[in-house]
Design a protein around this ligand. Structure first.
Ligand code: ARG
Length: 457
């Protein structure tokens, strides 16, 4: 298989052949240690970035005259062939390897023989893994941005379709003041737009570098590491500080922080929709295709998608805490602990991308139950602030106006009367400027919405 170069004659062939190291060991690794330390079962997701990184690396080696044209060509064709299998999804992973980096090195050796043995020149997996994860992160930050754009579009469409709709606004989950559905969804669009910017900011803080070696740099001059025209979203630069380059995971923490924030926003959106779809609210109907049933209760139609979106936020916060805790107190530079950064990172990207995709479709299929919403809007307490605003605009001090309308609401509740049905003389007892015509004008969702002038259009 062309890999015997890693072996010492006295070492069990099967144990050590797949590793990038082994020369100084007099025994093969214990099976339990292999199982415990291997990462290929999750870092295979870096395969594409690892190959692209190696393609850049061999260009650097060629420039530095560490690979001749023929060797470069041979390794390049092998890497390109591997890349093709990754892209067309025929790439097979051998889980007996330590990690994806060792496996790809091995594949190159099989394809190129002796030339492949030079691939890892002036390179350590410490530097390689940092580049791979950064490239993965960049791709996924931009992909998640696209997902966010789609959800924003879906929310905008739903809001525009129902642009005349007014709903009760809530604070403390109690009726507060009416709000338009446009204003309501635009609140979530604001959150998602900030998230979109956060993803961009996280991407802008990433620099793709090579040349750190294991931790101290390599003998190749920095200029050779200036690598343009790579297939990455950014050019590769020479490493500014080799210790930092192999041990920095800020970009992962920043991405996880942003993903946790997105998850928090989506969980709030999900919770509002869960409430709105209850029998008690009954503001919306979620399409059957986006709900699930009960194995026992035949009548049930449950908003499980939204509940999972709400629930996944726990995992997203956990993944951030996980990596922060793993990094805390690690001495410079690379430590194997850092291998554990990948599962939470991949998990959070995958969760958020799935959530954004399913919510984009779900919102295309939400119907508002306008009659039920209108019944809720008849609650006169929703207009108490508008009534007090009216008094203020007629010269009453705010604190007095607040008290007067408070008494009016108390009277209404105690006597189960509608303010709209009170006579002029009854109303005037509360304040001389109040009368039937005025309160009937004010206690109206449209009037309430139109009276708000402070918002920037
Ligand atoms: N799989 C390892 C990781 O993800 C690669 C780096 C191993 N480096 C080392 N010095 N053992 O971190």
């Amino acid at each position: 298989m062309g890999t015997t170069v890693f072996l010492k004659p006295n070492i069990n062939f099967g144990d050590i052949m797949t590793k990038l190291w082994g020369g100084r060991f007099s025994k093969g690794t214990h099976k339990l240690v292999e199982k415990f330390t291997n990462s290929i079962h999750f870092d295979y997701k870096l395969a594409k970035y690892d190959v692209l990184g190696s393609l850049a690396h061999i260009d650097i080696l060629k420039k530095a005259k560490l690979l001749n044209v023929r060797e470069h060509k041979k390794i390049q064709s092998a890497l390109k062939a591997i890349l093709k299998t990754i892209e067309n999804e025929t790439f097979k992973i051998d889980l007996s390897f330590e990690d994806i980096h060792s496996y790809i090195q091995h594949l190159v050796e099989i394809k190129t023989g002796k030339a492949g043995l030079k691939l890892h020149t002036c390179r350590s997996r410490n530097d390689q893994v940092a580049l791979d994860v950064k490239a993965y992160t960049l791709d996924n930050l931009f992909y998640t941005q696209k997902n966010i754009e789609h959800l924003i579009e879906s929310l905008e469409k739903l809001a525009t379709k129902n642009r005349e709709l007014i709903i009760p606004g809530f604070t403390h989950l109690q009726h507060a003041i009416p709000v338009s559905i446009i204003e309501y969804f635009s609140a979530y669009i604001q959150m998602l737009s900030r998230d979109h910017q956060r993803l961009y900011n996280a991407a802008m803080n990433i620099d793709l570098t090579l040349g750190a070696g294991a931790l101290a740099g390599t003998f190749i001059p920095a200029g050779y590491y200036q690598h343009k025209n790579s297939s990455f979203l950014m050019d590769i630069e020479p490493t500014k500080n080799s210790l930092d380059a192999v041990s920095d995971r800020d970009f992962i923490i920043e991405s996880l922080n942003t993903l946790a924030t997105i998850g928090m926003h989506l969980s709030r959106l999900a919770e509002d929709m869960i409430l709105w779809s209850t029998q008690e609210f009954d503001f919306i109907n979620i399409d059957d295709a986006f709900c699930t049933g009960s194995s026992l209760m035949p009548q049930k139609k449950n908003p499980d998608v939204l509940e999972l979106v709400r629930g996944y936020s726990g995992r997203l916060f956990g993944n951030l805490t996980n990596v922060l805790t793993m990094m805390k107190g690690l001495p410079l530079s690379y430590n194997r602990d850092m291998q554990l950064d990948k599962e939470p990172l991949f998990d959070s990207f995958e969760i958020v991308q799935k959530e954004l995709a399913v919510l984009t479709e779900l919102f295309k299929n939400v119907e508002f139950k306008k009659e039920n919403i209108e019944i809720q809007l008849e609650d006169e307490s929703l207009y108490a602030t508008d009534l007090s605003d009216y008094l203020v605009q007629n010269g009453v001090a705010f604190k007095d106006a607040h008290k007067i309308i408070g008494h009016l609401i108390q009277h209404k509740l105690a006597n189960t009367v509608k303010i709209k049905n009170m006579s002029d003389s009854e109303l005037k007892k509360f304040h001389p400027t109040l009368n039937e015509r005025i309160v009937n004008k004010i206690i109206n969702p449209k009037t309430s919405i139109n009276s708000k002038k402070s918002l920037k259009k």
